[in-house]
Design a protein around this ligand. Structure first.
Ligand code: PEP
Ligand code: MG
Length: 902
């Protein structure tokens, strides 16, 4: 018989932490903590297999589930010493979701199950706290009506408003009538009156009664959690995070413990280390007399856990350390225990019921990039993990955060902040205000930079949070939804900015007398929690100032085999990339140097020339400029190889577009505008990407190759004379036939000979080719006979293998991704199974001819971690990527080495 239900409690558990696929993260870790003798309320986990069964079998459960759940329930009852449904001393249960990977707040929870008209008096008698019991009862009614009856069972009020909202309106109205400020003011009899009102409203609005039977409530709750796996929020989140539908969620049924049983009870969430800075200090937030949802919902601003780690702005409030010293000491022990056991920073939830501490959850804590690096490096020094483990623990994309823009401190000094909140996500963000997630998504799609401003965020907002450059909320703490989600994504975020008065109807926010409307600019410093009006300059940050970063990258460099170069066309980009660890230039696109006003004129003259003589003299006008360009780049990268590619794009890209520009050019050249128009018309191509570009230009107009080769080689000669070691690698683009390469190679070698004779000096240089057409891959052995290196141009190779225009894929890619025709954008992450075959074939063929042929890749995939793993495994010598991706590629290359070794 399949085991569908795994019990835990009293030091014994059926499952353990390795069983996340079956028990979900929460269930597996509750079992593990139980086995570690950490106080966990007893319970059971219904497996993810049941979730899949439920959806595959018309929303029904396996026959044996009922008896397995009943058996597990018996176990809980025995441990707690109370019975579910007992009129004198009822056991109450919670049901919670728990997928393999945490999906914070995306699925449903129901608490206090088992409270009925029969068991309520028992709870009142046993707790001696009538107010608590009625409060628990009304919470159950509200949650159940919303989560089970409306969302899962589809019973909804006729007016279109959700049942939860209707019940909340009743509560608000009641408070107004009684002149109450907050929920704390309501008495036991108030909650009693309200729970009766709630039940009546549910019956009249939903057409059926709130169930007064404990078992009916329990099964209603279990089904609702399974159903929430396919709720809109969960589906959206899975899409963004790439979580497969087939994983399913588990359901955890657990004895309730109460943090809201009075002033000797509390609830909180904590991280074993600071998730924003990585510092090895216990960090968390708690609320007295509250249930767990109150802390994360951001409705009340929570207090800091201890006196050292209070989050900014709430320092003055009382810490758990001073309010509950005994429970705090127990919590400190558990913190140490968990870190030693998991060897990883944990995110925990706890409840204190009548001074007694209970652990409700532990999981690997989300952290931003700064913290991820610090924690990984610190844990190596603490002998918790080894260097390889540390390297694997930092996602390469997290390094982006260290390279993130920061608000210019000089501008900050001059500008008074509009408001201050809690620094939930680092870096700077500047954008236009929007007030809804939908508006954020729409306006971001139009190319605007938007900042999503909300009272607080909920899982319903994730699509907008994803689209926004930064997030700002008026409420909530460092562990609120907005903070957690932003941290996971490494996004600039400020929460708990209490000074904001948001008016959704008027689409405006006010801070004191200052009013800002939708579309107005604000700038956030997410590292300091400061909000500024207007658009402040953002500065690139310097990762080298981060000690742990430098150490981690040293380990990465010592581990990786694959070299990392950069794509750069200007000396300043080359220098930046070098400071980020680039080991050379893998691609210098020479055409990027042509758009300067003086040069563009020369190039236009060249294009317009109708005789070779005129063309040659126009081309030669470009020589001094190009030589200067190449000198700058070779100098910035001295001692390192620099691959310079000869002219590649179709010539019409350089021609003027507007009539004014054409007239101006005509005047400059002393010809008529009509002549220019005719030439432009002649240059028109139906498929310029497949037209007269790449080496086809240099073959038709050898003087272009001559000029560029001369510029590179003269620059190299002059620098060599100055005593620098320069290593130019001249690259021929878009070769399909070996003869194309040979044609260009002869010109380059001829010039090299000439230049060395003229300058009376010798130096090393290479002539190689891009491999960016399928045919080049197929005949790579022939090409390798003369080429000294290969560099894969995976942009063009993807374009020509798929036959997808790289400039037009945007038109249909969203449909392709939506319908899962493509798993991802093949221009972002290499199509390993298709394009990858061509890469592997070309490597094999090339190296069969030249065993040590140097092979790199300079398409956009050179900065993509998944592609880098493939290039490592395909035995390339290097990847080349944009300067900002260099650190990402260094780490990804180290990870690829570790993974392939293990
Ligand atoms: C490529 O095609 O991958 C490449 C690097 O060249 P470009 O993007 O300039 O065509
Ligand atoms: Mg190309």
């Amino acid at each position: 018989m399949t085991k569908y239900v795994y019990s835990f409690g009293n030091g014994k558990a059926d499952g353990n932490t390795t069983m996340k696929n079956l028990l979900g993260g929460k269930g597996a870790n509750l079992a593990e903590m139980t086995s570690l003798d950490i106080p966990v309320p007893p319970g059971c986990t219904i497996t993810t297999e049941v979730c899949n069964y439920y959806y595959e079998n018309q929303l029904s459960f396996p026959d044996v589930l009922n008896s397995q759940v009943l058996e597990a329930l018996k176990n809980i009852e025995n441990i707690i010493g109370k019975n579910f449904g007992d009129a004198n001393d009822p056991l109450l249960l919670s049901v919670r979701s728990g997928a393999r990977q945490s999906m914070p707040g995306m699925m449903e929870t129901v608490l206090n199950l088992g409270l009925t008209s029969k068991t309520l008096p028992g709870l009142i008698a046993k707790s001696g706290n009538e107010r608590f019991a009625y409060d628990a009862y009304r919470r159950l009614i509200m949650m159940y009506a919303d989560v089970v009856m409306e969302k899962a069972e589809g019973q909804s009020p006729a007016g279109g408003e959700g049942i939860r909202h209707l019940l909340e309106k009743i509560l608000d109205q009641f408070k107004k009538e009684k002149n109450y400020q907050s929920d704390v003011d309501l008495s036991a009899s108030d909650w009693k009156v309200l729970s009766e009102k709630f039940k009546e409203t549910i019956k009249s609005e939903l057409g059926s009664e709130f169930p007064d039977d404990p078992m009916a409530q329990l099964w209603g709750g279990i089904k609702a959690v399974f159903k929430s796996w396919n709720g809109r929020r969960a589906i959206n989140y899975r899409r963004i995070e790439g979580i497969p539908e087939a994983w399913g969620t588990a359901v955890n049924v657990q004895a309730m413990v109460f943090g809201n049983l009075g002033d000797s009870s509390a609830t909180g969430v904590a991280f074993t280390r600071n998730p924003a800075t990585g510092e090895n200090v216990f960090f968390g937030e708690w609320l007295r007399n509250a249930q767990g949802e109150d802390v994360v919902a951001g409705i009340r601003t929570p207090n800091p856990l201890n006196d050292i780690a209070g989050s900014d702005g709430v320092q003055a409030s009382e810490s758990l350390q001073s309010a509950f010293p005994k429970a705090y000491t127990a919590l400190i022990d558990i913190r140490g225990n968990l870190e030693q056991h998991y060897r990883e920073m944990q995110d925990i939830e706890f409840t204190i019921q009548d001074e007694r501490l209970w652990m409700l959850q532990t999981r690997t804590g989300k952290r931003n990039g700064h913290a991820a690096i610090k924690i990984a490096v610190d844990m190596v020094h603490e002998n918790l993990i080894d260097k390889e483990e540390a390297l694997l623990r930092v996602a390469p994309s997290q390094l982006d955060e260290l390279l993130h823009p920061m608000v210019d401190p000089k501008e900050e000094l001059k500008t008074a902040p509009l408001a201050k909140g809690l620094p939930a996500g680092p870096g700077g963000g500047s954008g236009q205000i929007v007030f809804t997630a939908d508006a954020a998504e729409e306006q971001a799609a139009e190319g605007k930079k938007v900042i999503l401003v909300r009272e607080e965020t909920s899982p319903e907002d994730v699509h907008g949070m994803h689209a926004a450059v930064a997030i700002l909320t008026a409420k909530g703490g460092m562990t609120s939804h907005a903070a957690l989600v932003a941290r996971g994504w490494g996004k600039c975020c400020i929460v708990g900015c209490g000074a904001l008065q948001i008016d959704l109807n008027k689409k405006q926010l006010a801070v004191g007398n200052k009013v800002l409307k939708e579309g107005d600019w604000v700038t956030l410093n997410g590292t300091a929690g400061k909000v500024y009006e207007g658009q402040l300059a953002l500065l690139d940050s310097d990762p080298e100032t981060h000690n742990e970063y430098a150490e981690l990258m040293q380990w990465a460099d010592a581990t990786r085999r694959l070299k990392v170069r950069t794509n750069a066309d200007r000396p300043e980009d080359a220098s930046r990339a070098r400071s980020y660890g680039a080991q050379g230039i893998g691609l210098c696109r020479t055409e990027h140097m042509f758009f300067d006003p003086q040069r563009i004129l020369a190039i236009r003259k060249m294009i317009l020339a109708d005789t070779e003589e005129v063309r040659r003299s126009a081309v030669m006008e470009l020589l001094p400029y190009q030589k200067k360009d190449f000198k700058g780049i070779l100098q910035a990268m001295h001692d390192l190889p620099v691959t310079i590619r000869l002219l590649d794009p179709p010539l019409h890209e350089f021609m003027p577009q507007s009539d004014d520009q054409i007239d101006e050019l005509a005047a400059e050249l002393g010809i008529t505008s009509e002549e220019i128009q005719t030439r432009i018309a002649n240059l028109h191509e139906y498929n310029p990407m497949l037209g007269h570009r790449g080496c086809r230009l240099g073959i038709a107009y050898p003087e272009i190759t001559e000029m560029q080769a001369r510029a590179i080689l003269e620059a190299a000669a002059e620098l060599t004379k100055e005593g620098l070691t320069v290593l130019p690698e001249i690259m021929i683009p878009l070769v399909a036939a070996p003869a194309e390469f040979q044609n260009q190679e002869i010109i380059v070698r001829q010039l090299a000979k000439q230049v060395m004779e003229e300058q009376k000096i010798t130096f090393d240089y290479l002539v190689g080719t891009m491999i960016e057409l399928p045919r080049a891959c197929l005949v790579a052995d022939e090409i390798a006979k003369s080429a000294e290196f290969f560099s894969f141009g995976t942009n063009d190779l993807t374009q020509t293998t798929y036959g997808f225009s790289r400039d037009d894929i945007g038109g249909f890619l969203p449909v392709y991704l939506e319908q899962k025709i493509l798993p991802q954008d093949p221009f972002q992450s290499l199509d390993v199974s298709g394009v990858g075959q061509l890469v592997a074939l070309a490597v094999k063929k090339g190296r069969a001819v030249k065993r040590d042929l140097k092979i790199g890749i300079c398409g956009e995939h050179g900065g993509d971690p998944a592609s880098i793993e493939f290039f490592h495994n395909t035995d390339l010598n290097y990847v080349s990527c944009s300067p900002f991706r260099v650190p990402v590629a260094r780490l990804a290359a180290a990870q690829a080495e570790i993974k392939s070794k293990n």
